[in-house]
Each structure stands twice: as structure tokens, then as C-alpha cells.
Ligand binder design. Structure first.
Ligand code: NAD
Ligand code: GLY
Length: 355
């Protein structure tokens, strides 16, 4: 088992990565001792994995709350539903929540945990690639508002992240590809050697080779843990994790939540960011090509949605959480393996890029 730690003083927590971790008896015992356990999931994931919880929880009794499946349900209505069910169950401050599912379940459960009776502990058991390499680590919890993605939320760290790579065997290919977009992101913003490793191992990853997958997940978590430890609340370096997200969140909101997967929108957004960098001579055309080639292996979208232009992007990007002093801030690569935050994108460049 590979174990990493997100170093945040007394709020530090482990990330464990291994195949078949859900079959590891009593792995969660240290966290759930003397606690009432409530698992939050959705029907899709519960049908596949809820029976394994008995093993990992060491036969401790638990309640299960099911939320509807889909990005369009990561909202205040579902938040209220889950809180209502917790109250009906009589849950209190002695309760620990376990998020079993993808990023939607994880983000919403985390925000419920941050808010329920002013905060109860929670554990992340991510079951999509995207959640395993990104959303389960770092404590960003949120729900969407019709006017913007993740507009309501809190920084609230889990007590542990348990990644069973075997769960990816049931994940639809489109969801797997969306997760690969976030994996590739780490290479572009932070680690040229990892980007090169991804180029060399793309076929193994496509074939879901267990060792290649375990390495890609562990390295992604390691990079994220390092960045979060340096800047938990995103006042500096953590913003780099949003490469492609300023454009991507606009695509998700404009297309209707759930129509473009988050990772797909990020892939198209990263290419827009690369093209902007190229226009500023921060990236060679050959480097943009390498990004496009790697994303295309996983059949990710390589362009913005047809018909979505400057005006539609700007409508959403003005609400972006990275807007500071009225300026939209973008993450742009500066060569491969390095990125910067900048507001210095002229309207004419944006118009050319987005129209
Ligand atoms: P998701 O949670 O919607 O899961 C995708 C689909 O796969 C769902 O239908 C789900 O039920 C199903 N599924 C989950 N695990 C499965 C499995 N093992 N086998 C078969 N089906 C399975 O989507 P996602 O891509 O995991 O997460 C996207 C969300 O994560 C977005 O809301 C995004 O904003 C958020 N996110 C958050 C952060 C963060 O730092 N908190 C980072 C990145 C993304
Ligand atoms: N996914 C971006 C972050 O966690 O900061």
C-alpha cells in the first residue's frame, strides 16, 4: 500500500492507495471507534460497492444515505435532503460521514460534514479516477449555484482518503478519460518528468494496467498533497491546480451541469490555456502539440463547444472564484512542467481565442 500524508499540522491526514483496499478488514477502525457511521453514496455506486463496506468498517453498523446521481444534483436541494436524512436518523456530533463515490458525492458530503451541527468528521472513499487523483484530496467541498459552479462551499479537510484502485474496473470509459485530464494537468503545471512518463505510458494507462494506474494516481496525489500543504486556502500556488478550469467551468455552466463532464471541460480549457500561452510566447507550438496529443489519446474534447464564443465565456468567467479586483485570473503554462497565474490576457487575445 502506498501511503502519503497531507501535512496540515493537527489536521494532517493519510491518503492510502492500493488495489482491493475495500477488502482490507477494519482499515477504517481507528477513525470510527465510538462513532456513529453514516455513509453517503448514490444508487450506482452503492449497488457496486456498498456490500464491501462491511469489511472495511470491520462489521460496524452503519446507515446509508443515497443522493441522486449526477452533477446537476450537486446543489442546495440535495444538501438539504442529506441534512434532513441525518436529522431523521438522529445523527449528532458523534457521527462520522463516509463519502463513497465520485467527486459529486465527495464534494457534497464534505460540505454537509463542514456544516452539519457546525462540523462533523468525514472520510473520502473516492471511486472515480477524477475523485481519486483530485477531488478527494485537499478539502475543497462545495455545491453548485445556477449562476456558478462550486459557488457555495467550504475548505474542510477529511480525516482520511482511502483509494481502492480496483473500483476503476467498473468505471465507464468516458469517466475514466475525464479523470485522465486531471492527471495530465499535474504534469503540465508541476512535473515535466511526470508528463513525459504519461507520454511513455499512455497505452498502459488506456489498458488500465494496474501498476501504471497505481503510479499515476499516487504521483497525482503526491503532487496535490504537496501543493495543498503549502497553500491550503489557495492564496498562492494552489491556484495552479485550476489550469483549464476558468474556461472549463464556463463550459460546464453554459452547457448545463452534467452535459460536459468536468474533466472534459478541463481538457478543452487546458488547450485554450496552452494556446493563450503560445500567443504570449510562453509555450512552443510543439509543446501545445504534445498536450493536445496526450489528451487526444484518451479521446478528450480538444476544442470548446461549437457555437460557444467570447460573450458566453465572459458571462461565466466574471463569476469565477479567482476573479480579484475585477480581473479574471487565468492559469497559463510557461513551458511544460511549470505554470503561472496571470490576469494579463488582453480582450483582443481572448476574443481571438474564443470566437
Ligand atoms: P461523478 O461523481 O458524477 O461520477 C461520475 C459517474 O460515475 C457517476 O454517474 C457516478 O455514479 C459513477 N461512478 C462513480 N464511481 C463509479 C465506479 N467505480 N464504477 C461505475 N460508476 C461509478 O463525477 P466525478 O468526475 O467523479 O466528479 C466530478 C465532480 O468533482 C465535479 O462536481 C467537480 O466540480 C468536482 N471536483 C472537485 C474537486 C475538489 O477539489 N473538490 C476537484 C475536481 C473536481
Ligand atoms: N481542484 C483544485 C483544487 O483542489 O484546488
Amino acid at each position: 500500500m502506498t501511503t502519503m500524508t497531507v501535512e496540515l499540522g493537527e489536521r494532517s491526514y493519510p491518503i492510502s492507495v492500493e488495489a482491493n483496499l475495500l477488502s482490507q478488514a477494519s482499515l477504517l477502525s481507528p477513525y470510527i471507534e465510538k462513532k456513529r457511521v453514516v455513509v453517503v453514496s448514490n444508487q450506482t455506486v452503492a449497488d457496486l460497492y456498498a456490500d464491501k463496506l462491511g469489511t472495511i468498517l470491520g462489521q460496524v453498523k452503519y446507515d446509508l444515505i443515497l443522493m441522486p446521481d449526477g452533477e446537476q444534483y450537486k446543489n442546495l436541494q440535495t444538501f438539504e435532503q442529506v441534512i434532513g436524512e441525518l436529522l431523521t436518523l438522529g445523527a449528532g456530533r458523534d457521527t462520522i460521514l463516509i463519502a463513497l463515490g465520485g467527486g459529486v458525492v465527495g464534494d457534497l458530503t464534505g460540505y454537509v460534514a463542514a456544516s452539519f451541527q457546525r462540523g462533523i468528521p468525514f472520510i473520502q472513499i473516492p471511486t472515480t479516477l477524477l475523485a481519486q487523483v483530485d477531488s478527494s484530496v485537499g478539502g475543497k467541498t462545495a455545491v453548485n449555484h445556477p449562476l456558478g459552479k462550486n459557488m457555495i462551499g467550504a475548505f474542510y479537510q477529511p480525516k482520511a482518503v482511502v483509494i481502492d484502485t480496483t473500483t476503476l474496473s467498473t468505471l465507464p470509459d468516458r469517466e475514466f478519460a475525464a479523470g485522465m485530464a486531471e492527471v495530465i494537468k499535474y504534469g503540465i503545471i508541476y512535473d515535466l518528468a511526470f508528463f513525459e512518463w504519461l507520454e511513455q505510458n499512455k497505452q498502459k494507462l488506456m489498458d488500465k494496467d494496474p501498476d501504471a494506474l497505481a503510479y499515476a494516481i499516487s504521483r497525482s496525489c503526491e503532487i496535490k498533497a504537496e501543493i495543498v500543504a503549502l497553500d491550503e486556502r489557495e492564496s498562492g500556488i494552489r491556484a495552479l491546480l485550476n489550469l483549464g478550469h476558468t474556461f472549463g467551468h464556463a463550459i460546464e455552466a453554459e452547457q448545463g451541469y452534467g452535459n460536459w463532464l468536468h474533466g472534459e471541460a478541463v481538457a478543452a480549457g487546458m488547450i485554450l490555456a496552452a494556446k493563450a500561452s503560445e500567443a504570449k510566447e510562453w509555450l512552443e507550438a510543439s509543446e501545445t502539440r504534445r498536450i493536445v496529443d496526450l489528451l487526444s489519446v484518451f479521446e478528450l474534447p480538444l476544442d470548446k463547444p461549437e457555437g460557444m464564443g467570447f460573450t458566453a465565456f465572459m458571462k461565466h468567467m466574471r463569476h469565477d472564484k479567482k476573479v480579484a479586483a475585477g480581473q479574471i485570473r487565468f492559469i497559463l503554462p510557461q513551458g511544460l512542467g511549470k505554470a503561472v497565474v496571470t490576469s494579463d490576457l488582453s480582450e483582443s487575445l481572448l476574443t481571438e481565442l474564443l470566437n
